[in-house]
Design a protein around this ligand. Sequence first.
Ligand code: NG6
Ligand code: CA
Length: 505
Amino acid sequence: LGLLYLLIFCSFYLVACKSNEAETTVEKPQNPNIIFIYMDDLGYGDVSAYGAGTLQTPNFDKLANGGIRFTNAYASSATCTPSRYAILTGTYPWRNENAKILPGTAPLLIDTAQMTVPKMLKQVGYNTGVVGKWHLGLGSGNVDWNQEISPGPNQVGFDYSYIMAATQDRVPTVYIKDGTVVGLDPNDPILVDYNKNFDGEPTAITNPEMLTMKWHHGHNNSIVNGIPRIGFMKGGEAAKWSDIDMADHFLEKAKAFVKEEAEKNAPFFLYYAMQQPHVPRTPHPRFEATSGMGPRGDAIVEADWIVGEFLKELEAQGILENTLIIFSSDNGPVLNDGYYDDAVEKIGDHTPAGPYRGGKYSLFEAGTRLPFIAYWKGKIQPAVSDAMITQIDLLESLAALVGSDVETGDSENLLDVLMGKSQQGREDFVLEATSRTAYKKGDWVMIPPYKGPEVEKNVNIELGNSNEYQLYNLKEDPSQQTNLAESNPEKLTEMVKSFEAIRGQ
Ligand code: NG6
Ligand code: CA
């Protein structure tokens, strides 16, 4: 009996030792690094892999052809601020009435108590950073640009931030690192105002001879580097950015972040918000005339090169196989967005919106239907997916990927779609364009009646406004030429009902 006991004891001991051993030697697989490459005003047809335009973008294509190229994917809004709000919070932007194109002086739009993608990832051990365009407001009203600026990205989930406050065409035209203006001379403080100029400061109106780029509409306030901007700014001379170096500058910061993080024993999240091809289009001179389409095309060629360099850095750090890259854009394309820069004149046969109607600011497809790519070398098999996916779905999909149970209500867990394991995308979506909303369900889109011009004359884009309900079947009519509202009243009623049920929530 003693021997039996001894045997039992020994085998228990062995099993225990074994499992103990297993625990210490088999490491929990580390979550992948996650990078959002978010373009500004890049259209569906501006990525050559989408086969819809004539401009060549070999590096964007590397992602598109090496990952999943989504053809039925949406930004949440046809303008910047609401889309950025949505991609970071996983919430419909129309739920927040302040989610509109913001001036450079606007307070932080995201509540510091709100869930965000970087916060969610931080909870499960990620280090997080943002480089590039912010445009989600800073401070709590009345920012003093000469002090620490807070709250900002660092208060909504980012450990590191290197940003421009708003847009390239808005003041202040300075970089801000972790809440502090970079290179500011305290003897030359920055003042910013969006309503009135500072005495004696030149503007595009008073000193047109100082301009190297001419304004078409808006953009006639303070002049920085010969470019007239939106808003008035005084001082901060040493801190002002160089427009032609902006792409290289942000690339350097993004690469440095990645390099530093690669050495750490934790995954990272980087939100790399590039500024191209938003106005003012100021590609570095080495990209001048590379597209044959003027500065807009050249800025995209530049951005494409930047993405190539950035991918090389991930490769050099040996982390490309452990990094999920999401590539998309905040809103649809526009040619003339306020400067004379030949975008219209030199567009040739290129079609930035691809087959879709409208563009930036529009409720028609081109406003929100955009390039959307999920790339993860070795993990995601190259494919084209027609499943509907939207930028608000990233929050819950990534939560599922990293083992977080964060939910927002609007976001949907489409991890299998993102990874190419399922074609079962979203059923429906409420899209937004300059405070108006429309509803997409399956192949159908319903646009309720809206007052206002059919075409925004300055930018020459159809906004989607009509006195009548509009109903389109995108499968048969992707360019939204035939309004079926009258001929298919049942579908219209069904769509309006579902739309109102969500909008009324
Ligand atoms: C508009 C600007 C436009 C652009 C846009 C924001 C004028 C006349 N137009 O108000 O140039 O800056 O705002 O673009 O000022 S976004 O991509 O950041 O939403
Ligand atoms: Ca934009």
